[in-house]
Design a protein around this ligand. Structure first.
Ligand code: 3PY
Ligand code: MG
Length: 272
């Protein structure tokens, strides 16, 4: 089976930088795959497309070197199975608040006896190879998103879930759940403290920590603090920032100031 380069990087202690797609263009998916990102995540939770288009995006990602990943729209085993059959090499599941949910998520990603994934790998076979069924369970990455007070309270139990590879922080929902406004940079003290607690707990449990990072500077700081899988904003936030900068420079202003103003106000500073 084709190896999962991101899993290999994480195992070597390296950090993966991940693109996050909310738009529905296979061409853009292909461009991002060739851009230098280690993986491209197609985001079915907040992306502007459905599961059929997500599979086309995964196809486009896999025409380039980046690893194709998907965020499912929720803890839905049927959808997770379809994304894996569509060739996703990892699933990021939003809103995992309890150990039971984490176990159900892992069950959806693993074949019996480790889980309850149904057989029918379709495109997974084409992308992964004819021995897909023998190695899929050890290849596909499982990320449970921690993005609520409950997720934080149950962090150790979630991290203890057999077969779970890592936890992935959603700082915007986490901020909301902690009673704060999402999209403030720098992140609030509460969110920063929670994120540092998550990295420490993940390391102690021998799991990887990942996070969505509203901007690139924060992504760098997260890597410095132990995060090994970071998504520095989604495709639209990258475009918005580049556009604001170019417009300002073309008009004779300062690109840096435009960049700041593009990320200062919601929704720019949320990474969306
Ligand atoms: C969040 O910040 O809540 C996310 O889910 C990031 O995508
Ligand atoms: Mg979220």
């Amino acid at each position: 089976m084709r190896r999962n380069d991101v899993r290999d990087m994480l195992a070597r202690g390296e950090a993966a930088v991940v693109a996050w797609m909310s738009t529905d263009s296979p061409y853009l998916a292909e461009v991002l795959s060739y851009c230098g990102y280690d993986a491209v995540t197609v985001d079915l939770q907040h992306g502007m497309f459905d599961v059929g288009r997500a599979i086309q995006l995964l196809q486009a990602v896999s025409s380039g070197p980046a690893v194709p990943l998907a965020r499912c729209s929720g803890l839905d085993p049927a959808q997770i199975g379809k994304l894996l059959d569509g060739g996703a090499y990892g699933i990021i599941c939003p809103g995992v608040d309890t150990a039971e949910q984490a176990a159900a998520f892992v069950r959806a990603c693993r074949y019996p006896p480790r889980g309850a994934r149904s057989f029918g790998p379709s495109r997974g076979l084409l992308y992964g190879g004819s021995d897909y069924v023998d190695h899929a369970d050890d290849t596909v990455l499982t990320w449970a998103m921690i993005e609520s007070k409950d997720g934080l309270a149950n962090l150790d139990a979630i991290l203890a879930t057999p077969g779970l590879d890592g936890v992935f922080v959603g700082p915007n929902d986490l901020a909301l759940s902690l009673g704060e406004r999402p999209g403030t940079l720098p992140l609030s003290e509460k969110v920063t403290a929670a994120m540092s607690e998550i990295a420490t707990a993940a390391r102690a449990a021998e799991r990887w920590a990942g996070a969505f990072a509203p901007d690139a500077d924060l992504a760098r700081r997260l890597i410095d603090s132990g995060y090994q899988f970071v998504a520095p904003g989604n495709d639209v936030s990258v475009l918005r920032q580049a556009a604001a900068q170019r417009i300002a420079v073309a008009r004779g202003g300062s690109g840096a100031a435009a960049k700041d103003s593009a990320v200062r106000d919601l929704p720019g500073s949320s990474g969306y």
